[in-house]
Design a protein around this ligand. Structure first.
Ligand code: BGC
Length: 246
């Protein structure tokens, strides 16, 4: 069985699990620690290194991170400490974990997982995965191949970032009904649709478990389905990408 360690760095938690790459499933339990505040590079890297000690893992390690990753560098910090802008994330994690670490965008990780094991597997054409959480992440996949670092959560929708209109956190923070939130999400998907004309839109993040509460209210052109790996997608995809990079 081939395995890799997957890590998902988020605004509220850092999560890790060993992944069975034949099946795209966790082996054993996922572990989690609260994201340190402030979520500076030093604090996050140290917390991650401590979190993964019990795995005693010496194979590939992948990290999904909420920023575009260009040449191993984190280039934006919408929902994480601004000190990450320009940080050499690949090098920082590699030094702290004592083994080569592949860092990729968190939504790209989820997209890789869905394309390899989930709802985008064997789908031809253009698939867009939107991860709905604190922000909105995106993965653009064409015939199973990812185009990295799309940042559709920052597309302007009536003068605001898409993620400030329709992230899952917007529904929670403003106590919106599912229907009202679905209207915001339709607006976002329709703007994205006019730019990319996807054959399929997948919705991921924890809220995808409740897809039946809001997908029926969406008023959009492309077919929309819930992603299938839910919150495991980021970890599974980071592990998959790390193994592929070896
Ligand atoms: C970040 C993306 C990330 C998304 C989901 C956005 O604010 O800019 O890089 O994928 O949040 O975490």
């Amino acid at each position: 069985m081939s395995t890799a360690l997957g890590i998902d760095v988020g605004g509220s938690g850092i999560k890790a699990a060993l992944v069975d790459l034949d099946r795209g499933e966790f082996i054993g339990d996922r572990v989690r620690v609260d994201t340190p505040q402030p979520a500076t590079p030093d604090a996050i890297v140290a917390a991650t290194a401590e979190l993964v000690v019990p795995f005693q893992h010496d194979g590939p390690i992948g990290v999904g991170f909420p920023s575009p990753i260009v040449g191993g560098v984190t280039t934006m910090a919408a929902n994480i400490d601004p000190q990450w802008v320009g940080a050499r994330a690949d090098d920082l994690f590699t030094a702290a974990l004592g083994a080569p670490v592949a860092v990729i965008n968190d939504a790209d990780a989820a997209g890789i997982a869905e394309a390899t094991y989930g709802a985008a597997k064997d789908v031809q054409g253009v698939v867009i995965l939107l991860t709905l959480g604190t922000g909105i992440g995106s993965a653009l996949i064409h015939n199973g191949v990812l185009v990295p670092n799309t940042e559709m959560g920052h597309i302007q929708v009536r003068g605001k970032d898409a993620e400030h209109r329709a992230a899952a956190s917007v529904r929670e923070n403003h106590d919106l009904s599912w229907h009202k939130w679905a209207d915001h999400l339709s607006e976002v998907i329709n703007v994205i649709d006019r730019l990319f004309w996807p054959d399929l839109v997948l919705l991921g993040g924890g809220v995808s478990r409740k897809a039946d509460k809001f997908v029926p209210f969406l008023d959009v052109r492309p077919p929309v389905r819930a992603a299938t790996l839910e919150n495991a997608a980021g970890i599974v995809g980071a592990a998959t990408a790390a193994a592929a990079r070896r």
